[in-house]
Design a protein around this ligand. Structure first.
Ligand code: UFG
Length: 344
């Protein structure tokens, strides 16, 4: 019998790509999403890629009673992958209570339902933001956690602690936190991808929208950092590689091959690219110049970060396969497909 995985936030960017990989690996998927930062189109996209329609329920995970009813209906969930969360760093500074309420309550409600229903495996979406600006690069999983600069990052740190403390208390939950570096790109079919609402905060959606003519030009936030070309360095990872790591992580927990009840893995490629290098890679992939100008630094940006991937490579047997050129080509194909399909 197919094992059933609950994916919260499964209509979102990383969630939808993970649903595809889970279905392709033989899992049955049930999705909870409240469409607060996603659209039903992604569910259609998933179905057109895999030919399978995931079960879907529109639900806010802060609705504890609604979540209990959901678990009553789905008695045989084998594991949960928890993506659903608010994720805009800047917005979190202006709406801290919303971020704390939404991101913390949704995790606690989910864990309570898992415990009440005997569901043990949990994969949690964390972020390399918990490291702040690390002293040593590449950054390993045991690097110190630094005080978060924004409520968003703080919610990720607190969520990790909630999971850790709950497991330490002796309840039967086992978890893997995946600390993502910078997920970009889209499914190679161009049928699902990132759908930022309003003006994108993140680099790659801003680049693709600029290339399509939706935005006038990209602002490069600072060229005076202590890096070879002066712009910030990040570890960009293809969203499909990231999605595949989730399938491995949940399978590891379901099959009981995890070494500890709570494990943490970095998910990156190990390569750092500067903003100017990303622009060059995009220009190569799209065949057109990208209008851009240098503006002052963005508050809160760290100078450089990239992952030490050894632990994930060795323990999970997972390694990112797709490079920056694929990331750019797929992000660009998705932008064009989506704009044409929606006449947006
Ligand atoms: N950048 C620009 N112009 C833009 C947007 C971004 O120059 O219009 C630069 C940023 O200054 C940074 C790089 O591009 O140097 C990447 O910026 P993103 O906003 O795409 O990503 P961040 O690294 O700031 O943030 C991402 C996620 C967060 C996560 C964080 C962890 O969006 O959720 O990584 O470091 F917390």
């Amino acid at each position: 019998m197919q094992k059933k995985i609950l994916v919260t936030g499964g209509a979102g960017y990383i969630g939808s790509h993970t649903v595809v990989e889970l279905q392709n690996s033989g899992y049955e998927v049930v999705i909870i999403d409240d469409f607060s930062n996603s659209l039903p189109d992604s569910l259609k996209g998933i179905e057109s890629i895999t030919g399978k329609k995931p079960f879907f329920e529109q639900l806010d995970l802060c609705d504890a009673a609604g979540l209990k009813l959901f678990f009553n209906k789905h008695k045989n969930i084998a594991g949960c992958i928890h993506f659903a969360a608010s994720k805009a760093v800047g917005e979190s500074v202006n709406k801290p209570l919303h971020y704390y309420r939404n991101n913390l309550n949704s995790l606690m409600n989910l864990m309570e339902c898992m415990i009440a229903n005997g569901v043990e495996p949990l994969v949690f979406s964390s972020s390399c933001t918990v490291y702040g600006q690390p002293e040593k690069l590449p950054v390993t999983e045991d690097a110190p956690i630094l005080k978060a600069l924004a409520p968003y990052g703080n919610t990720k740190q607190i969520c990790e602690e909630i999971i850790q403390d709950t497991i330490t208390s002796g309840v039967k939950v086992k978890a893997i936190a995946l600390r993502y570096f910078n997920p970009i790109g889209a499914h190679p079919s161009a049928k699902i991808g990132e759908l930022p609402q309003g003006i994108p905060n993140n680099l790659v959606p801003y680049i693709t929208q600029t290339a399509f003519g939706v935005r006038k030009e990209l602002s490069v936030y600072g060229n005076d950092y202590n890096t070879p070309d002066g712009s910030c360095i990040r570890d960009y990872i293809h969203v499909v590689d990231l999605a595949k790591a989730h399938v491995i992580a949940i399978s590891r927990l379901i099959n009981g091959i995890n070494k500890k009840p709570y494990e943490i893995f970095n998910l990156g490629t190990g390569n750092g690219y500067s903003v100017f290098e990303v622009i060059k890679a995009f220009e190569k992939a799209s065949g057109k110049p990208l209008p851009h100008k240098v503006v002052p630094r963005r508050e809160g940006d760290i100078e450089k970060i990239y992952a030490d991937t050894k632990f994930a490579n060795e323990e999970l047997g997972w390694k990112a396969q797709l490079g920056i050129d694929d990331m750019m080509a797929h992000a660009w194909a998705w932008e064009q497909y989506y704009r044409k399909a929606t006449h947006a």
